[in-house]
Ligand binder design. Structure first.
Ligand code: URA
Length: 235
Protein backbone atom coordinates (compact mmCIF):
# COMPACT_ATOMS: atom_id res chain seq x y z
CA UNK A 1 0.00 0.00 0.00
CA UNK A 2 1.17 3.57 -0.68
CA UNK A 3 2.31 5.47 2.40
CA UNK A 4 -0.14 8.34 1.74
CA UNK A 5 -3.08 5.91 1.66
CA UNK A 6 -1.79 4.13 4.79
CA UNK A 7 -1.62 7.39 6.75
CA UNK A 8 -4.92 8.72 5.42
CA UNK A 9 -6.66 5.40 6.29
CA UNK A 10 -5.27 5.69 9.80
CA UNK A 11 -6.82 9.15 10.01
CA UNK A 12 -3.50 10.95 10.40
CA UNK A 13 -5.07 13.49 8.03
CA UNK A 14 -6.48 13.89 4.54
CA UNK A 15 -4.33 12.82 1.59
CA UNK A 16 -3.41 16.51 1.20
CA UNK A 17 -2.39 16.81 4.89
CA UNK A 18 -0.35 13.63 4.58
CA UNK A 19 1.47 14.94 1.50
CA UNK A 20 2.44 18.02 3.52
CA UNK A 21 3.80 15.87 6.35
CA UNK A 22 5.86 13.89 3.85
CA UNK A 23 7.19 17.12 2.33
CA UNK A 24 8.19 18.29 5.80
CA UNK A 25 10.33 15.13 6.06
CA UNK A 26 8.78 13.92 9.31
CA UNK A 27 7.35 10.62 7.99
CA UNK A 28 9.66 7.62 8.29
CA UNK A 29 9.46 3.94 7.39
CA UNK A 30 11.84 1.80 9.46
CA UNK A 31 13.77 4.95 10.34
CA UNK A 32 14.22 6.13 6.72
CA UNK A 33 12.65 9.44 5.74
CA UNK A 34 9.87 9.00 3.18
CA UNK A 35 10.61 11.04 0.03
CA UNK A 36 7.46 10.47 -2.00
CA UNK A 37 3.78 9.76 -1.22
CA UNK A 38 4.00 6.88 -3.69
CA UNK A 39 6.43 4.94 -1.51
CA UNK A 40 5.11 1.49 -0.61
CA UNK A 41 4.72 0.25 2.95
CA UNK A 42 4.29 -3.34 4.18
CA UNK A 43 2.39 -4.58 7.27
CA UNK A 44 5.66 -5.42 9.01
CA UNK A 45 7.20 -1.94 8.52
CA UNK A 46 7.37 0.57 11.33
CA UNK A 47 5.82 3.84 10.25
CA UNK A 48 6.36 7.01 12.27
CA UNK A 49 5.10 10.57 11.96
CA UNK A 50 7.41 12.70 14.05
CA UNK A 51 7.68 10.87 17.39
CA UNK A 52 4.49 8.85 16.94
CA UNK A 53 4.34 5.27 15.68
CA UNK A 54 1.36 4.78 13.36
CA UNK A 55 0.25 1.16 13.51
CA UNK A 56 -2.07 -0.06 10.79
CA UNK A 57 -5.45 -1.28 11.94
CA UNK A 58 -7.71 -2.16 9.06
CA UNK A 59 -10.96 -2.61 10.95
CA UNK A 60 -12.42 -0.66 13.82
CA UNK A 61 -15.29 -1.63 16.10
CA UNK A 62 -17.05 0.85 18.36
CA UNK A 63 -19.83 0.21 20.82
CA UNK A 64 -22.01 3.29 21.24
CA UNK A 65 -24.75 4.08 23.71
CA UNK A 66 -27.01 5.82 21.22
CA UNK A 67 -28.98 8.74 22.64
CA UNK A 68 -32.40 9.84 21.35
CA UNK A 69 -32.58 12.22 18.42
CA UNK A 70 -29.78 10.87 16.23
CA UNK A 71 -30.21 8.66 13.19
CA UNK A 72 -28.61 5.22 12.83
CA UNK A 73 -27.14 6.21 9.48
CA UNK A 74 -23.84 7.39 8.08
CA UNK A 75 -25.13 10.62 6.56
CA UNK A 76 -28.28 12.63 6.29
CA UNK A 77 -29.06 15.97 4.70
CA UNK A 78 -30.75 17.58 7.66
CA UNK A 79 -30.44 15.39 10.74
CA UNK A 80 -27.58 14.35 12.98
CA UNK A 81 -26.33 10.81 12.57
CA UNK A 82 -24.51 8.54 15.01
CA UNK A 83 -21.25 9.29 13.16
CA UNK A 84 -21.44 12.87 14.49
CA UNK A 85 -21.04 11.45 18.02
CA UNK A 86 -17.57 10.13 17.21
CA UNK A 87 -14.44 12.16 17.70
CA UNK A 88 -13.11 13.34 14.28
CA UNK A 89 -10.09 11.01 14.56
CA UNK A 90 -12.43 8.01 14.97
CA UNK A 91 -14.52 8.75 11.87
CA UNK A 92 -12.88 6.09 9.71
CA UNK A 93 -13.90 5.65 6.10
CA UNK A 94 -16.83 3.26 5.59
CA UNK A 95 -17.68 3.18 9.30
CA UNK A 96 -21.36 2.27 9.54
CA UNK A 97 -23.84 1.11 12.16
CA UNK A 98 -24.65 -2.61 12.27
CA UNK A 99 -28.41 -2.48 11.82
CA UNK A 100 -30.57 0.36 13.02
CA UNK A 101 -32.18 1.69 16.12
CA UNK A 102 -35.09 4.09 15.64
CA UNK A 103 -34.38 7.78 16.13
CA UNK A 104 -36.13 7.71 19.53
CA UNK A 105 -34.57 4.40 20.66
CA UNK A 106 -31.50 4.48 22.92
CA UNK A 107 -28.80 1.96 23.72
CA UNK A 108 -26.28 -0.39 22.25
CA UNK A 109 -25.28 0.24 18.66
CA UNK A 110 -22.24 -1.38 17.09
CA UNK A 111 -20.32 0.56 14.44
CA UNK A 112 -17.66 -0.93 12.20
CA UNK A 113 -15.87 -0.38 8.91
CA UNK A 114 -15.72 -4.17 8.47
CA UNK A 115 -18.44 -4.31 5.79
CA UNK A 116 -18.31 -8.09 5.48
CA UNK A 117 -18.90 -8.61 9.21
CA UNK A 118 -21.62 -5.95 9.23
CA UNK A 119 -23.41 -7.83 6.47
CA UNK A 120 -22.98 -11.22 8.16
CA UNK A 121 -24.31 -10.03 11.52
CA UNK A 122 -27.50 -8.84 9.85
CA UNK A 123 -28.07 -12.01 7.83
CA UNK A 124 -31.48 -13.55 8.70
CA UNK A 125 -29.93 -16.95 9.47
CA UNK A 126 -27.39 -15.48 11.92
CA UNK A 127 -29.77 -15.37 14.93
CA UNK A 128 -28.05 -12.72 17.01
CA UNK A 129 -30.05 -12.18 20.21
CA UNK A 130 -30.88 -8.56 20.95
CA UNK A 131 -32.19 -7.62 24.36
CA UNK A 132 -34.18 -4.44 24.97
CA UNK A 133 -35.78 -2.87 28.00
CA UNK A 134 -38.89 -0.81 27.48
CA UNK A 135 -41.57 1.24 29.17
CA UNK A 136 -44.98 0.34 27.83
CA UNK A 137 -48.31 2.14 27.91
CA UNK A 138 -50.54 -0.81 28.71
CA UNK A 139 -50.32 -3.77 31.03
CA UNK A 140 -48.20 -6.58 29.60
CA UNK A 141 -49.14 -9.89 31.22
CA UNK A 142 -49.00 -13.69 30.88
CA UNK A 143 -51.12 -13.49 27.76
CA UNK A 144 -48.68 -11.03 26.10
CA UNK A 145 -45.78 -13.34 27.04
CA UNK A 146 -47.63 -16.26 25.43
CA UNK A 147 -48.45 -14.35 22.23
CA UNK A 148 -44.84 -13.19 21.82
CA UNK A 149 -43.46 -16.67 22.58
CA UNK A 150 -45.57 -18.24 19.83
CA UNK A 151 -44.07 -16.07 17.09
CA UNK A 152 -46.67 -13.56 15.99
CA UNK A 153 -47.89 -12.43 12.61
CA UNK A 154 -48.11 -8.65 12.21
CA UNK A 155 -50.96 -6.84 10.45
CA UNK A 156 -49.07 -6.67 7.14
CA UNK A 157 -48.48 -10.43 7.23
CA UNK A 158 -44.88 -10.26 8.53
CA UNK A 159 -44.22 -13.52 10.35
CA UNK A 160 -41.98 -13.10 13.41
CA UNK A 161 -39.86 -15.64 15.23
CA UNK A 162 -40.71 -16.38 18.88
CA UNK A 163 -39.64 -13.60 21.23
CA UNK A 164 -38.97 -13.92 24.94
CA UNK A 165 -40.81 -11.36 27.02
CA UNK A 166 -40.19 -10.73 30.74
CA UNK A 167 -42.52 -8.43 32.62
CA UNK A 168 -40.37 -6.48 35.10
CA UNK A 169 -43.21 -4.46 36.63
CA UNK A 170 -46.90 -3.78 36.09
CA UNK A 171 -48.84 -0.71 37.15
CA UNK A 172 -52.53 -1.43 36.67
CA UNK A 173 -53.60 1.94 38.11
CA UNK A 174 -51.55 3.92 35.58
CA UNK A 175 -51.94 1.28 32.84
CA UNK A 176 -48.21 0.87 32.26
CA UNK A 177 -45.46 -1.74 32.47
CA UNK A 178 -41.74 -2.19 32.31
CA UNK A 179 -40.50 -5.12 30.30
CA UNK A 180 -37.43 -6.83 28.91
CA UNK A 181 -37.64 -8.50 25.52
CA UNK A 182 -35.25 -10.72 23.60
CA UNK A 183 -35.61 -10.91 19.81
CA UNK A 184 -33.42 -12.39 17.10
CA UNK A 185 -34.62 -10.38 14.12
CA UNK A 186 -34.37 -6.68 13.49
CA UNK A 187 -37.41 -5.89 11.41
CA UNK A 188 -38.55 -2.31 10.90
CA UNK A 189 -40.06 -0.94 14.17
CA UNK A 190 -40.35 -4.57 15.25
CA UNK A 191 -40.89 -4.16 18.99
CA UNK A 192 -43.18 -1.16 18.57
CA UNK A 193 -45.26 -3.10 16.08
CA UNK A 194 -45.37 -6.19 18.31
CA UNK A 195 -46.81 -4.23 21.23
CA UNK A 196 -49.00 -2.23 18.84
CA UNK A 197 -50.54 -5.51 17.67
CA UNK A 198 -51.48 -6.19 21.32
CA UNK A 199 -53.07 -2.75 21.75
CA UNK A 200 -50.11 -1.29 23.67
CA UNK A 201 -47.59 1.44 22.94
CA UNK A 202 -43.82 1.50 23.48
CA UNK A 203 -43.00 4.71 25.32
CA UNK A 204 -39.25 4.20 25.86
CA UNK A 205 -37.01 1.63 24.19
CA UNK A 206 -33.40 0.90 25.12
CA UNK A 207 -31.16 -1.89 23.80
CA UNK A 208 -28.92 -3.42 26.46
CA UNK A 209 -27.20 -6.24 24.58
CA UNK A 210 -26.55 -7.75 21.18
CA UNK A 211 -25.11 -11.26 21.09
CA UNK A 212 -22.34 -11.30 23.69
CA UNK A 213 -21.90 -7.54 23.59
CA UNK A 214 -23.22 -5.81 26.70
CA UNK A 215 -23.78 -2.08 27.03
CA UNK A 216 -23.01 -2.02 30.77
CA UNK A 217 -22.71 1.42 32.33
CA UNK A 218 -21.47 3.31 29.26
CA UNK A 219 -23.17 6.74 29.51
CA UNK A 220 -25.64 7.85 26.81
CA UNK A 221 -23.88 9.42 23.83
CA UNK A 222 -20.54 7.82 24.69
CA UNK A 223 -18.69 5.02 22.95
CA UNK A 224 -15.72 2.72 23.36
CA UNK A 225 -13.66 0.39 21.18
CA UNK A 226 -14.48 -3.29 21.46
CA UNK A 227 -11.85 -5.40 23.21
CA UNK A 228 -10.03 -8.13 21.29
CA UNK A 229 -12.14 -10.72 23.15
CA UNK A 230 -15.38 -9.00 22.18
CA UNK A 231 -14.30 -8.84 18.53
CA UNK A 232 -13.64 -12.59 18.62
CA UNK A 233 -17.11 -13.31 20.01
CA UNK A 234 -18.94 -11.38 17.30
CA UNK A 235 -17.06 -13.05 14.45
N1 URA B 1 -37.73 -2.34 17.62
C1 URA B 1 -38.26 -1.11 17.42
O1 URA B 1 -39.45 -0.96 17.32
N2 URA B 1 -37.41 -0.07 17.36
C2 URA B 1 -36.08 -0.19 17.48
O2 URA B 1 -35.35 0.82 17.41
C3 URA B 1 -35.54 -1.47 17.69
C4 URA B 1 -36.40 -2.54 17.75
Amino acid sequence: MRIDKYLANMNVGSRKDVHKLIKQGIVTINGEIVKTPKQKVADTDEVMVGEDVVTYQKYHYFLLNKPKGVLSATEDRSQRTVISLLRPEDRYQNLAPVGRLDKDTTGLLLLTNNGQLNHELLAPNKHVDKVYQAKIAGVADEETIRIFAQGMTLGDGTQLKPAKLKVLSQDKVNDSSEIEIKIQEGKYHQIKRMFGACGMKVVELHRISMGNLILGNLPLGEYRELSGEEIKTIK
